[in-house]
Design a protein around this ligand. Structure first.
Ligand code: KIV
Length: 275
């Protein structure tokens, strides 16, 4: 059955945890979907893990639509949430609604995600009023990397923790159906989770959140540029891929690939008779 905003709301009520992973292409989305993960995030982290940028700032609406549509085609049961890229909603409420609409119409998003607190509440309300569910995102919000001065744990002082709690209350009031909490102390995430009626999805925010999200290349051990402390590597797919690529290279060179089972045949008289 398709996971929806109702699944998320019910999970919060009955205490069932929500699982979410990123995906950026059809084949991966299909595998994640078949594994029974509740939601897929087409994160703008695609700038890092798919496109090789240093951060997410260069990611465009066209990138998100292109990858988002591929994921939506592969996700039968998982809810598909697509990130609104940098400068697709910060500029105005009008831009926010138009661009959220494009992610639904052109990519097939079930919901959109955007970063920020009080300052983006008018955008959240306007998008929700247009009939599009919004997932909010607080804490280490990568689109503000230049303002933060680097990837650091957020909300550690009393003042910053209070601001995060106030922002969490504000995005809920503005109409967000869920909230991603990234890279904040677990006690603060627990306090926010207990107070809000919408589910919190943690990434580096401890175990008391209502759900968890990870970038799939991180949890599969496929991305080695940097690995935050909060990542658990469930396997080493990157190493397995490298081994397979090496074996392929060697077999091409030593003539053992392709062999009989990978080869198509024709009566040699046909070839011999060619003029
Ligand atoms: O872009 C992304 O993948 C994200 C997650 C890290 C939450 O926003």
């Amino acid at each position: 059955m398709k996971n929806t905003v109702l699944t998320m709301q019910n999970s919060k009520k009955d205490g069932t945890k929500i699982s979410m992973l990123t995906a950026y292409d059809y084949s991966t989305a299909k595998l994640i979907d078949e594994a029974g993960i509740n939601a897929i995030l087409v994160g703008d982290s695609l700038g890092n893990v798919m496109l090789g940028y240093e951060n997410t700032l260069a990611v465009t609406m066209e990138d998100m639509i292109h990858h988002g549509a591929a994921v939506a085609r592969g996700a039968k049961n998982a809810m598909v949430v697509i990130d609104m890229p940098f400068m697709s909603y910060q500029t105005s409420v009008y831009d926010a609604v138009v661009n959220a609409g494009r992610l639904v119409k052109e990519a097939g998003a079930n919901a959109v995600k955007l970063e920020g607190g009080l300052e983006v509440c008018p955008q959240i309300t306007a998008i929700v009023n247009a009939g599009i569910p919004v997932m909010a995102h607080l804490g280490l919000t990568p689109q503000s990397i230049n303002a933060f001065g680097g990837f650091k744990v957020q909300g550690k002082t009393a003042e910053k923790a209070q601001k995060l709690l106030d922002d969490a209350r504000a995005v809920e009031k503005a109409g967000a159906f869920a909230l991603v909490l990234e890279c904040i102390p677990s006690k603060l995430a627990e306090r926010i989770t207990k107070e809000l009626t919408i589910p919190t999805i943690g990434i580096g925010a401890g175990s008391e959140c209502d759900g968890q999200v990870l970038v799939y290349q991180d949890m599969l051990g496929m991305f080695s540029d940097f690995t935050p402390k909060f990542v658990k590597k469930y396997t080493s797919v990157g190493e397995a891929m490298k081994e397979a690529f090496k074996a392929y290279h060697e077999e091409i060179n030593n003539g053992s690939f392709p062999c009989e089972e990978h080869t198509y045949y024709i009566d040699s008289k046909v070839v011999d008779g060619l003029k």
